[in-house]
Design a protein around this ligand. Structure first.
Ligand SMILES: *[C@@H]1O[C@H](CO)[C@@H](O)[C@H](O)[C@H]1NC(C)=O
Ligand SMILES: *[C@@H]1O[C@H](CO)[C@@H](O)[C@H](O)[C@H]1NC(C)=O
Ligand SMILES: *[C@@H]1O[C@H](CO)[C@@H](O)[C@H](O)[C@H]1NC(C)=O
Ligand SMILES: *[C@@H]1O[C@H](CO)[C@@H](O)[C@H](O)[C@H]1NC(C)=O
Ligand SMILES: *[C@@H]1O[C@H](CO)[C@@H](O)[C@H](O)[C@H]1NC(C)=O
Length: 475
């Protein structure tokens, strides 16, 4: 009997071994990039890129860029950064918002873009993991077809498992205080991930995370109210008249996104309103709206400009008359990230991603959590710290929408609306709320003049804001 058994067992064990071994070799892989195409010489910061395998069989391979703090990696906080969309790559946040490198737009001639150093990088004071999440975003991929399907709930679990595994592999970072951060659509995922971490910590899961709080920039909270606030915001910014606004407010009963189609007065007024703001550039109301981003005629719904895909077509400018357009900057990321030398430097696995896109608009994704209000409500009682900032020239998720849900949390007002300064100038306005006695919770701040992704527009101000908040100084 025995020999027969072992004959049967041997290939089985071998198979197991192979599976196990194969899994182990792909489960996490890291690469320290000392140089990057487009940057001359050795990078003046420590960059690690890699994959962490998530899911039952590690079928999701989540790609990340990890940059150590340039100040004191041992003492500075650890931040997990998620870019919005859903589907916008972490690299977009890195290179256009808060990372140490920024493209040299002036020097761009259509060949491989070159980098400049960003003097206001958040990585000067924090260790930041830029994570391509949900799966399908940036360089993250799935080894199975089904694995590609994600949702708010699923992405939250994936983020938590990612952090667990990443920290197990970087165990000397478990004692650094941890913040979860992100902007735009990540405003939904961030409080959910924070809540998942708290649950894990309470259940004694390993490793215990030194969670301190979260950071949100022009965050999505409840899309319907975020979008609805565009009308009062447009009025406040002088884009629609007092008369139209009064009429819209009274006839539509403050419901502008799903108005009653039988209410002729409301519909007519909204047509006027729409005419006034239709060709306003949503992410920053003062900047030109480019032709290729013309809104789609979709009835009375507002176009979700901040979710729009960038068009690679603008790489070939045929018309010199075209105004400067911020979207042009985004083209450089496609050119850079799709270059084979870059893929090699980042150790992106061959054959896992045909084309890298800044934002994946064909993500298979369910927005299965409508509002994250109750998450903020629960988190407000957990002794966490939250920094919520809003570029005040953003029409996509206007600051008034954010301020409204913060007020709705019914917290104690500690510091009422007042200006905060940088170099003697007003950089924005701030408010502070606490929960109970001295349980300081939310700092809200506007960034004056900034658009939807505030650090992209006002890097100095946003850096100063974060630096003060990290140090528990008033803004
Ligand atoms: C952890 O170890 C790495 C590699 O030795 C080092 O670069 C990093 O600064 C350390 N981090 C902390 C928080 O000690
Ligand atoms: C982290 O993972 C890498 C790659 O799998 C491995 O070489 C390294 O030893 C791991 N480090 C720790 C501290 O577990
Ligand atoms: C991808 O393929 C190239 C050329 O065949 C090879 O040099 C490189 O090492 C491969 N990269 C990875 C991450 O396997
Ligand atoms: C976008 O995500 C889908 C799945 O959600 C994936 O199949 C596709 O390859 C991704 N596209 C890009 C350009 O990354
Ligand atoms: C806040 O207070 C108002 C008025 O008392 C109440 O209607 C509302 O339900 C409260 N909200 C929360 C989140 O407790």
């Amino acid at each position: 009997m025995l020999p027969i058994k072992s004959i049967w067992l041997r290939p089985f064990l071998l198979l197991l071994f192979l599976l196990f071994n194969n899994n182990r070799s792909i489960s996490s892989a890291q690469n320290i990039a000392k140089t990057l195409p487009g940057y001359p010489g050795i990078l003046p910061f420590k960059l690690e890129t890699g994959y962490v395998g998530v899911g039952e069989n590690e079928e999701l391979q989540l790609f990340y860029y990890f940059i150590e703090s340039e100040r004191n990696p041992e003492k500075d906080p650890l931040v997990l950064w998620l870019t919005g969309g859903p589907g916008c790559s972490a690299f977009s946040g890195l290179v256009y918002e808060i990372g140490p490198l920024t493209f040299d737009y002036e020097a761009f001639d259509g060949s491989l873009p070159s980098f400049l150093l960003n003097p206001n990088a958040w990585t000067k004071i924090a260790n930041i993991i830029f994570l391509d999440l949900p799966v399908g975003t940036g360089f993250s991929y799935s080894t199975t077809f089904e694995g590609y399907h994600s949702s708010d709930t699923k992405a939250t679990k994936d983020a938590y498992m990612f952090l667990q595994k990443w920290l197990l592999n970087h165990s000397n970072f478990t004692k650094n205080i941890l913040y979860i951060a992100g902007d735009s659509y990540a405003g939904k995922l961030v409080p959910m991930v924070v809540s998942e971490i708290l649950t894990g910590n309470e259940a004694g899961l390993s490793p215990r995370m030194s969670l301190e709080g979260y950071v949100l920039g022009n965050p999505a909270m409840y899309l319907e109210s975020d979008l609805n606030s565009r009308v009062p915001y447009a009025h406040r910014m002088g884009l629609i008249s007092d008369e139209y606004y009064k009429l819209a407010k009274s006839s539509c009963h403050e419901e502008y996104i799903n108005p009653d189609l039988k209410n002729a007065e409301c519909i007519l007024t909204l047509q006027h309103v729409k005419q006034c703001i239709n060709t306003i550039n949503t992410p920053q109301i003062l900047e030109p709206k480019c032709k290729f981003r013309a809104p789609k005629p979709d009835g009375l719904k507002w176009d979700l400009t901040y979710l729009e895909e960038d068009s690679i077509d603008i790489l070939l400018p045929s018309n010199q008359e075209r105004p400067w357009c911020r979207n042009d900057n985004y083209v450089l990321s496609y050119v850079w990230a799709n270059d084979p030398t870059v893929r090699e430097a980042l150790q992106v696995r061959n054959g896992t991603k045909d084309e890298w896109r800044r934002c994946n608009m064909s993500l298979s994704y369910d927005k299965d959590v409508t509002t994250v209000f109750q998450y903020h409500q629960i988190l407000s009682e957990k002794g966490l710290q939250a920094l919520v900032y809003s570029g005040d020239h953003d029409l996509s998720i206007p600051y008034i929408s954010t301020l409204e849900w913060i007020k709705d949390l019914n917290l104690t007002l500690d510091d009422d609306w007042r200006p905060w300064l940088l170099n003697g100038q007003i950089a924005g306005y701030t408010m502070k709320y606490s929960y109970g006695e001295d349980q300081f919770f939310i700092t809200f701040a506007t960034v004056k003049g900034a658009g939807h992704t505030a650090p992209e527009y006002k890097p100095k101000e946003c850096f100063a804001m974060l630096d003060r908040w990290f140090s528990y100084y008033p803004l």
